[in-house]
Design a protein. Structure first.
Length: 155
């Protein structure tokens, strides 16, 4: 099933050799979204190499996500390809979306996030309680420097 272009969706970036910790973590996170938010569509974005590997092993994430987008990326390490895709997502996923890291487990409704206004919103990295006080000073400086287009989510 192809995801509708402008519907709010959950998006993952998956860089994988097919059947490995990265694809398995993404699968678990996708399942947590499906269980807690069954109406949301899930899109997996990967580099062409990872997409081919995931398809070759018929990884179960293909059954859980609604769309797999494989993108030609610069020839580089898996880490570089992953970050390149993360910073390029708006080129490949149109409309509102929530990007989730593969190690995220969703335990409740994401509905209120669909209503956030602004170009970009984010939760602090390594956030345990959701308090901005937990954010390393260097990250807080980056967020503060981009001010008006950015909303920091604290829950």
């Amino acid at each position: 099933m192809k995801a509708r272009e402008h519907q709010f969706r959950v998006v993952y970036v998956v860089t994988s050799k097919g059947e490995d910790a990265y694809s398995n973590m993404a699968l678990l996170s996708m399942i947590s979204v499906k269980l807690s938010n069954p109406k949301l569509q899930i899109v997996a974005v990967c580099d062409q190499e990872s997409g081919d590997a995931i398809k070759a092993v018929r990884h179960r994430l293909l059954e859980v996500c609604d769309e797999l987008i494989a993108v030609q990326v610069p020839d580089a390490t898996a880490g570089f390809r992953n970050r390149w895709l993360k910073t390029s997502l708006p080129q490949y996923v149109k409309g509102k979306f929530l990007y989730l890291d593969n190690d995220t487990l969703v335990r409740g409704s994401l509905e209120e996030l669909m209503e956030l206004k602004g170009d970009i919103a984010a939760a602090p990295n390594h956030s345990g309680s959701g308090s901005p006080d937990e954010m390393p000073g260097t990250e807080m400086q980056v967020y503060a420097s981009i001010g008006g287009i950015f909303r920091l989510i604290t829950m």
